[in-house]
Design a protein around this ligand. Structure first.
Ligand code: DC
Length: 228
């Protein structure tokens, strides 16, 4: 995407608990861009498969369900949300069964092709901040605003356990951290679009940075490039 393209895309990738979601939401608010959480689509597909009794280990069935379901997008307060066959999964996409199965769903090449197409269509909502694992590498590689957020593993584990302790229904933080590590391993080693640093992406290690510092760094760069 060239600088004079009417729509700007800020691509933010990184592993779980790297601070990506908080940073991406805040960057979008600051810039008045629309926020897209690409992971919510893979989670939504997982929720839908579980809900409709489709076996996660049967990619053919998952693909069949994906192709026949009605997926609709809308925005609320500059956040992209969606319904699947008319139903909004809401917070159910954060539930344990979804958490445990999403990396397998996200590893199905056909699912990725389908979701990447949907994600590219998001520019119809205008300027966007999109977070995920392959936004800078696959979805919008030509965007001039590509970031890879990272933090040391201990810091990521600490952040995630703080987050989990504040969530209802999570009593075994150690177990969830193990599951997080398993998911990260799957996301980084899968054949299609593994988590990687995009060419030209700016790597930000936020271990010793505050959220505000990371947000300020990204927004300043985008604003400067857009001549704001
Ligand atoms: O960011 P998250 O935890 O909500 O992501 C959920 C899962 O989806 C995770 O296993 C990584 C995967 N994912 C992906 O493969 N590609 C993306 N662009 C976003 C998420």
């Amino acid at each position: 995407m060239s600088n004079n393209h009417p729509v700007s895309v800020v691509a933010i990738d990184g592993p779980s608990a790297s601070g990506k979601s908080t940073v991406s939401k805040r960057v979008a608010q600051e810039l008045k861009f629309t926020y897209v959480d690409s992971g919510s689509l893979y989670r939504g597909m997982t929720w839908k498969a579980l809900r409709d009794g489709v076996e996660i280990g049967r990619p053919d069935q998952v693909i069949e369900l994906m192709n026949r379901m009605k997926l609709e997008f809308y925005t609320e307060n500059r956040v992209v949300l969606f319904t699947m066959d008319g139903e909004d999964p809401g917070q159910q996409i954060r539930s344990e069964p979804v958490r445990e199965n999403v990396a397998d769903i996200a590893a199905i090449p056909e699912v990725r092709v389908f979701m990447v197409d949907r994600l590219r269509e998001m520019v119809r909502f205008g300027d966007i901040v999109m977070e995920g694992r392959d936004i800078g590498t696959v979805v919008f590689p030509e965007s001039p605003f590509k970031y890879y957020l990272d933090a040391d593993p201990e810091e990521r584990a600490r952040r995630r356990s703080l987050e989990l302790k504040s969530m209802e229904g999570v009593d075994d933080v150690g177990k969830v951290l193990d599951s997080l590590a398993r998911r990260d391993r799957k996301d980084s080693t899968r054949k299609t679009a593994p988590l990687q640093i995009a060419l030209g992406a700016r790597v930000i290690n936020s271990t010793s940075m505050t959220i505000e510092e990371v947000v300020a760094l990204i927004t300043a760069e985008v604003r400067a490039a857009l001549g704001q």
